[in-house]
Design a protein around this ligand. Structure first.
Ligand SMILES: [Zn+2]
Ligand SMILES: [Zn+2]
Length: 176
């Protein structure tokens, strides 16, 4: 199964390259960088100063009609859904589209200090996590597994950076 990586307004080519290479390794699958005509401004909520994640996903379904496989949107804007203060990402469970925001994954956001290595690792973990939901995985009990839920950045950092054996076998089953 192919994975399409769609960076929106992200100009950090080295990050995109890192994510692509690592997704290819983990999923043992081709990852294509593509784009869709999505205008994020439409999903901006002025009172929250954030972007409505679920609506971005909903609009992406028809926009990515021609793309086979899974579609991971990578954005740099702050995402929300009404019941949460913010989101690192969201995905259609056992579906096609997922989204990850880099906004709250920068170490600068928390400490003011740049840490590219940590930032890249966080983006990769959240990309794997949301794609895992696309492959039908729900949250995993194991802290060693990237499918563990993360309520805050500390939990993103603590959880493992790959799928546990159980979660991995679900993905492998769907890849065939
Ligand atoms: Zn999740
Ligand atoms: Zn797991």
């Amino acid at each position: 199964m192919r994975i399409n990586l769609i960076p929106i307004q992200i100009r950090n080519n080295s990050l995109i390259d890192y994510i692509k290479k690592n997704l290819e390794l983990v999923f043992n699958s081709e990852v294509l960088i593509d784009n869709i005509e999505l205008d994020l401004k439409k999903y901006f909520n002025e009172s929250r100063n954030q972007y409505y994640s679920t609506e971005i996903i909903a609009s992406s379904i028809s926009l990515s009609d021609k793309l086979n496989g899974k579609v991971l949107l990578l954005v740099d804007v702050d995402l929300f859904v009404p019941v949460f203060t913010y989101l690192f990402g969201e995905a259609q469970l056992d579906g096609k589209i997922s989204i990850v925001s880099t906004f709250r994954l920068y170490e600068e956001f928390y400490t003011g200090r740049t840490n590219d290595k940590l930032f890249y690792k966080r983006v990769l973990k959240e990309a794997l996590h949301e794609l895992g939901h696309n492959f039908g995985l729900i949250h995993c009990e194991s802290w060693n597994c990237v499918m563990h839920a993360s309520a805050g950045i500390e939990e993103v950092d603590v959880k493992g950076e790959n799928f546990c054996g159980k979660c991995k076998s679900v993905i492998t089953g769907k890849m065939i």
